[in-house]
Design a protein around this ligand. Structure first.
Ligand SMILES: NC(=O)Nc1ccc2c(c1)=C(Cc1cc(-c3cccc(C(=O)NCCN4CCCCC4)c3)c[nH]1)C(=O)N=2
Length: 289
């Protein structure tokens, strides 16, 4: 099969700008299929010592095959740039909808939280921790189903000597409001760190703002490590119980931790009563009101 290159695509409007990448709409000239091209400037990547992150993103995305995770179709380069040809998610970032609507009702929150759990369950089954889950990295496709993206700061848990996957990933990453206490205190993320971020996202979908937000990053970190947050009036009790079981300082005691058993306990939480986990990706998305 001939390897695709820049000439095989027509590039269009900018969909997003990151610190090390620009995402533009791309159309395959041979079949008119639409994609998102994530374009990275080689000089900038090298100068900022981000080559490692580019390889992590390519290696993790190449392992993924799940409806809730953005798919990597092709990679190629030209003299100045690296190109990742990915799924285009027509409706952009979940964050845009949270800002537009203020907050989601319980039915929409339940659906999107379930889709995020399904994507986390799959990532973890592949030995991948995302480490930077947040509404900006959760995209919405034309069916308003989610597609998790931005695996540049993900961690592939390596098989260690006795065949066990080591479960701690060292190096600081993440976005202040969603960073887990263990990452702040021990500089080590684990699978459970993704469930901490889930707790922050569920809180934000209902409250319209993340639970930990200080006037600066340091104050945000202080609030996290001291579990300094509160629920607004009218926060539904069943959602409150779920968030309180996710925003637990000890990663081992956090709902969802403990492998598949932990994830099954999370999926069995009363907040998800009525969710058919097997039909989740065939189910039409609820209308966002
Ligand atoms: N860091 C990353 O890896 N970033 C990525 C990766 C893959 C990817 C990615 C980012 C994408 C970003 C994206 C951004 C957008 C987008 C940007 C700006 C506006 C819109 C837009 O308005 N879409 C129409 C629907 N709107 C949504 C908001 C309310 C009004 C109606 C979409 C669509 N897709 C994408 O489609 N695929």
């Amino acid at each position: 099969v001939k390897k695709k290159g820049v000439k095989d695509f027509e590039f269009g409007k900018t969909l997003g700008e990151g610190s090390y990448s620009t995402v533009v709409a791309a159309r395959d000239r041979s079949n008119n299929r639409e994609y998102a091209a994530k374009i990275l400037d080689k000089k900038h990547i090298i100068k900022e010592k981000k080559v490692k992150y580019v390889n992590i993103e390519k290696n993790t995305l190449n392992k993924m095959n799940h409806p809730g995770i953005v798919r990597l179709y092709y990679t190629f380069q030209d003299p100045d740039s690296l190109y990742f040809i990915l799924d285009q998610a027509k409706n952009g970032e979940l964050l845009t909808f949270i800002k537009k609507l203020g907050s989601f009702d319980i039915n929409c929150t339940q659906f999107y939280a379930a889709q995020i759990i399904s994507a986390i369950e799959y990532m973890h089954s592949q030995g991948v921790i995302h480490r930077d889950l947040k509404p900006e990295n959760i995209l919405l496709d034309d069916k308003m189903h989610i597609k998790v993206t931005d695996f540049g700061t993900a961690k592939i848990l390596e098989q260690n000597a006795d065949g066990e996957k080591d479960d701690r990933a060292n190096s600081f990453v993440g976005t202040a409001e969603y960073v887990s206490p263990e990452l702040l205190k021990e500089k080590a993320a684990c699978k459970s760190s993704d469930f901490w971020a889930l707790g922050c996202i569920i809180y934000q979908l209902i409250a319209g703002r993340p639970p930990f937000k200080g006037t600066n990053e340091y104050m945000t970190f202080q609030r996290i490590v001291h579990l300094d947050y509160s629920f607004p009036e009218g926060f539904p009790p069943v959602a409150r119980d779920l968030v309180q079981k996710l925003l637990v300082l000890n990663p081992l005691e956090r709902l969802g931790s403990g492998g598949q058993v932990g994830i099954d306990q999370l999926k069995a939480h009363p907040f998800f009563n009525g969710i058919d986990w097997d039909a989740l990706w065939q189910h039409p998305a609820p209308r966002l009101l």
